[in-house]
Design a protein around this ligand. Structure first.
Ligand SMILES: [Zn+2]
Length: 319
């Protein structure tokens, strides 16, 4: 049986049916996400913080606690940790593109000490505001975006730059939560290659996304079973990071992906047999922590299509 059985929902799509459904499905971890239609993830993090500090947020925490379901936050965090408005006064905190220009479009310059200091200060603030009861933190790099080409960074792969930054973030978060662990998200350009020169600090764990997202245009490669390259990559990453604490983030319940990230949501297609095989693959590799996005499963979705197949998913994770 998978130990951590989760689902990742957008914080602003949670409604009253969810806690009883999670309970019935024997899921024990709820991840909150900050998907945003306009891509301004930093604003969504501000909203998320307000929500968690509101009466509704407190009520959510209380009912999760009663149901023995732990909470964590799987979020796009880069533009909150290094606000883009610093670019005007400190362009060198930001990444250099391949033409030699500093740009605030994505990620950061992970070797710039002053920029890193700002990111660390903000990581501490974020860790205080959004406290996971699992002690697992997820402060992701920007989605499939390039990293820094400055003189100090250019010889480091995207994976090395990401890991270098995650080590620094973890160091900061541990100053407010000594049990903190931080995900290294292997996703698209950071899934292709394991870090070459940077080593993970104690407390960094591997988070791997399912192959579907990397192969949107090729149905054949969307499942781990059919994708030798993905399997190799999983194996390389597990050798590098270790299987202990390794975590899978999949898309089996993600109505947002199946709807092309546009509302109104389409009815979710859930292939139980395939999901079972996928989970068996991950378990065979040593993963004991598995979750799936379930973005767009809001109150409108339940009204339109009824209860999504969360119980079916929970049953497969139990086996
Ligand atoms: Zn750099």
């Amino acid at each position: 049986m998978v130990i951590n059985r989760g689902i990742v929902l957008n914080f602003d799509e949670i409604h009253d049916s969810w806690i009883p459904l999670l309970k019935k499905s024997q899921l024990n971890v709820l991840g909150l996400h900050n998907w945003s239609a306009d891509g301004l993830f930093e604003n969504k993090i501000d909203e998320m913080i307000s929500f968690m500090n509101s009466e509704r947020g407190h009520a959510l925490l209380e009912s999760l606690d009663k149901a023995n379901i732990r909470i964590e936050f799987e979020i796009h965090a880069m533009s909150w940790l290094l606000p883009r408005q610093h670019y005007a006064s400190h362009p060198d905190w930001f990444r250099m593109d391949d033409r030699g220009n500093r740009t605030p479009d994505a990620n950061c310059c992970p070797t710039h000490a002053e920029g890193i200091e700002i990111i660390q200060e903000n990581s501490i603030e974020l860790a205080k505001q959004l406290r996971p009861t699992t002690h697992r933190y997820f402060f992701w790099q920007d989605d499939n975006k390039p990293w820094c080409n400055c003189r100090e960074c250019r010889d480091l792969t995207a994976s090395d730059q990401n890991l270098m930054l995650m080590n620094k973030i973890l160091e900061a978060v541990r100053s407010v939560d000594k049990d903190a662990k931080l995900a290294f998200l292997a996703y698209m350009n950071t899934l292709d290659i394991v870090p070459q020169t940077v080593q993970p600090s104690d407390g960094i764990f591997l988070e791997i996304t399912g192959p579907f997202i990397h192969h949107m245009a090729n149905r054949e490669l969307q499942r781990p079973m059919n994708n030798a390259k993905f399997q190799q990559s999983v194996s390389n990453h597990l050798s590098f990071f270790g299987a202990k604490g390794a975590h899978v983030l999949e898309y089996w319940l993600d109505a947002s992906l199946q709807s092309g990230w546009r509302k109104p949501a389409k009815r979710l297609h859930f292939g139980q047999k395939q999901v079972k095989e996928d989970i068996a693959f991950y378990v065979s590799q040593g993963f004991q922590s598995i979750t799936s996005f379930g973005v767009f499963l809001d109150a409108d979705y339940f009204r339109e299509y009824g209860i999504p197949p969360v119980e079916e998913y929970g049953r497969v994770l139990q086996q």
